[in-house]
Design a protein around this ligand. Sequence first.
Ligand SMILES: NC(=O)c1ccc[n+]([C@@H]2O[C@H](COP(=O)([O-])OP(=O)(O)OC[C@H]3O[C@@H](n4cnc5c(N)ncnc54)[C@H](O)[C@@H]3O)[C@@H](O)[C@H]2O)c1
Length: 456
Amino acid sequence: MPTIARRRYAVVGAGARARMYVEALASTHADTGEVVAWCDPNPTRMSFHDQTLRRAGLPAPARYPPERFAELLDEARPDAVIVTSPDATHHHYAVAALRAGRDVVVEKPLTTTETGARAIADTASTSDGRLLVTFNYRYSPRNGELRRLIAGGAIGEVTSVHFEWVLDTVHGADYFRRWHRDKANSGGLLVHKASHHFDLVNWWLDDIPETVFALGSLRFYGAGNAARRGLGPRPERSTGWPGAAADPFALDLAADDTLRRLYLEAEPDDGYLRDRDVFAPGITIEDNLSVLVAYRSGATLTYSLNAHSPWEGYRVALNGTAGRLELDVVERGHVLPAGAAGMVGRPAVDPSVSPDHPESATPTNSRPAGAHLRLQHHWSLAQDLPIPDGDGPHGGGDSLLLNDIFHPTPAPDPLRHRAGLLDGLRSSGIGIAANHSLDTGQPVRLAESGIPLTAI
Ligand SMILES: NC(=O)c1ccc[n+]([C@@H]2O[C@H](COP(=O)([O-])OP(=O)(O)OC[C@H]3O[C@@H](n4cnc5c(N)ncnc54)[C@H](O)[C@@H]3O)[C@@H](O)[C@H]2O)c1
């Protein structure tokens, strides 16, 4: 039987998100791919991932710091580069890898700036390399079902979308602890987080965004809000703080094995603090955001994002010429104080992980975790539609996504789950334009922003 040559991968950014890819290449996808190099400034985090490979009987990859990425491409000869570094660095690695003719698998957001968008688009237009943006939410069965229904004409032509996403005080708070809290690193939640959501709408509608207007501010987290609400003195970080046990916003890096090994023990290398207090000074991102988007077809989107909700999930309603579709998703119904029944208070697990399948008990009267999909045609009763169930993180999206990335012959993709360059540019583009709108108070026409949105 002929053996398939394993594809060689370099992983850039050996933090939490890299785990999904490294674990897949150490287990389910070990027969089709291998990690041949790391690129990260932090040796302790690269060692963490070495251990995953070693446990699977695989050799430790070569190590390169960021400033030696060009050498990595020459010496380790990866076929593809997986980019899981902080958002503002994505364009740098995507451009260098594409210029060398390598494939790129890049986490969302594709980029945080117009300059980054243009550089990636220009390089991609002359490269033999292929770029994939890993929008795992597309692969969640409930989101795919919405795409299938809309594409099949279930509500006729879509005229408008109303989309609300709420992040709770565990997951939402986590964006205010580390590099995301600085807009220069993440583009703020409009780029870092909402690019997932803008991509979903672009994909559901199969449409191109044209005009963006945004309002938003920091209303809950941050030192100014803490002082205004009369919160007492806060620590700079929570690990080792005597008040941590009773504080719902404290993250104890020492209490969780993965957080301890990936971050606490890695601090001496680079001083990266994973557990800064969410009310400590220095936050430059927003926590309450509203965005309007006009699409080429004439459809409009009204979108809102809140990062300090008591429950986590989303609601989307799509109005069409033949009726309306509504998807309501509760990912985590509540966050209770430490010690209460069914408590999901001070997190004992990585709070950055989306809570699709909460493990805590559901107390009486809780909002139950789950999803409801409803279709109502004009002059008809509403119908509750079944949603295919998915297993694992992001509603089952992650495992389907991994098959798409690592399988040598990708499965047929009639709903176009696989997201490429244009999808990355359009979703990041809305977030980048929305940031401009926040700065200027004016609507932004994407055609004038310099971000390429159509065939390159
Ligand atoms: N699709 C999703 O659901 C999802 C979930 C989590 C994270 N992400 C994305 O994954 C990426 C990483 O997030 P994370 O939570 O793993 O962050 P992290 O902080 O845990 O890891 C980032 C890693 O990048 C390294 N790094 C820092 N600067 C670098 C540079 N210049 N070059 C190379 N490496 C550098 C850090 O040392 C660290 O090891 C982000 O882009 C984020 O948006 C996506």
